[in-house]
Design a protein around this ligand. Structure first.
Ligand code: ZN
Length: 437
């Protein structure tokens, strides 16, 4: 860091200084998806400090170098109250975790489905018998917007407590124009009461609602002609998503949904290859920011994906909760040059966890990812999956000051401890929003 460089960046904004960071994972580097060997370079600095000003990162470096800055030394010497200092006591600091795939707009757990599964039924069998996604729909349709917002906020709060500061949040349990719009509005209402950043996604094409049984094309028509235009007009969604899967929507129907999103200026993403393989070329033509699940993606498509900016978002929480013995071998994707992100898939049917550290642990224990790779996939690459890499995903000057202090001495502990929340402090936009006990 150049001496005397701080004054011009700080001006009169409130600032926060994190000192005595044992290990700081900066994720510095190009603001694009990290691939192959670059995925494991998390820009680690030992004995670091970070200065935040005006909600942004102002300076990052070795503590002894950063504190040598004449302007900062003067301020600290005078003990001006304007500088809030957090002594990290040798712990680990990471960029705020980014959960780029969640379904928080639901009202409660699906315990009847869960009991059927513990008795041996598969997810697809339960869905075919009227359970699955459809069993969350009645409660969401009945709920008021404030009631639904309360449930969304509950989920967001649980995520924050585990170190997540940016969340992609989908609708998808309303499945009528009115209830999908209500779900997006509830996501906005919850986001306004939550300190982190929320990226809302319209997932009206989650499954065909029962009243459209045998008339799936008519439902897709309604999604394309009515729901997407309304969500775009009211500025309720940044992205449109579709569940391209047996029992949900065909490739052709999915393509229609994503093309309609593009016509209305919205970003695209898709759930694909979770239970059955699909060809990706036609979906990729709609320039999706991410393709998610990807458990049974074919070899040809892996090569195709490696040439694209589209991120493959892997959701091992669903494999875990559904008791799948096979986890996607992330190694194959990473070694082929695919940009890979990790997310929770927080939802009441297949992945009821708000915890990114748990997902990181699963990636390490079941998917052959190193801890460093899993961290990059949960920060920088997840930011790319949400088109937010210019602001989020790394701790570099100019970026949003979203940081998490974990009660570890070594960053690798985030993949090591299981189901033990070690998140100690969360800073969002340069403000401490979750304090150490
Ligand atoms: Zn999902």
């Amino acid at each position: 860091m150049a001496k005397g460089s701080l004054t011009s960046q700080i001006k009169n904004s409130p600032y926060l200084l994190l000192t005595n960071i044992g290990q700081l994972a900066t994720l510095r580097g190009e603001a694009g998806p990290r691939r192959r060997a670059a995925l494991s370079d998390i820009g680690l600095i030992q004995d670091a400090a970070v200065l935040c000003a005006g909600g942004r990162i102002a300076a990052v470096g070795k503590q002894r170098e950063l504190l040598r800055d004449p302007w900062l030394r003067k301020k600290l010497r005078k003990n001006q109250r304007k500088i809030q200092e957090i002594d990290c006591a040798g712990r680990v600091v990471l960029p705020g975790l980014i959960d780029s795939h969640t379904h928080p707009a639901f009202m409660g757990p699906r315990l009847i489905d869960f009991e059927k599964r513990t008795a041996g039924a598969t997810y697809e069998e339960i869905a075919a018998a009227g359970g699955g996604i459809r069993s969350s729909v009645a409660a969401v349709r009945k709920a008021s917007r404030p009631q639904l917002a309360e449930h969304v906020l509950h989920g967001l709060q649980a995520m924050l407590e585990q170190g997540t500061t940016t969340v992609e949040a989908k609708s998808g349990y309303g499945l009528t124009a009115k209830d999908e719009i209500k779900s997006l509005q509830a996501i906005h209402d919850a986001a306004a009461r939550w300190p982190g950043t929320v990226v809302p996604t319209l997932l009206a094409a989650h499954v065909p609602p029962v009243e459209f049984a045998g008339k799936e094309d008519e439902y897709i028509e309604m999604v394309c002609q009515r729901i997407i235009p309304e969500a775009a007009k009211k500025r309720l969604a940044g992205f449109v998503d579709v569940f391209c899967e047996r029992g949900a929507f065909t490739l052709e129907q999915s393509e229609r949904v994503l093309a309609a999103a593009q016509r209305h200026g919205l970003g695209t993403r898709a759930h694909v290859c979770q239970f059955t393989p699909s060809k990706l070329d036609r979906l990729l033509a709609c320039r999706p920011a991410s393709l998610d699940h990807m458990d049974c993606v074919g070899e040809d498509d892996v090569a195709l994906l490696a040439e694209r900016q589209t991120v493959a978002t892997l959701l091992p929480g669903a494999n875990y909760f559904l008791g799948h013995r096979e986890f996607l071998q992330a190694r194959r994707l990473i070694d082929s040059g695919v940009a890979v992100a990790l997310a929770t898939d927080y939802n009441p049917g297949t992945s009821p966890t708000p915890s990114m550290p748990f997902v990181i642990s699963l990636a390490c224990t079941h998917m052959q990812m190193s801890v460093a790779e899993a961290i990059a996939a949960s920060t920088m690459n997840a930011a790319c999956a949400l088109k937010l890499a210019a602001r989020k995903g790394s701790i570099e000057p100019g970026k949003d000051a979203d940081l998490v202090v974990f009660d570890f001495k070594d960053y690798r502990e985030i993949g090591y401890w299981v189901a033990w929340n070690r998140c100690a402090q969360v800073i969002v936009g340069g403000e401490e929003v979750l304090a150490a006990n």
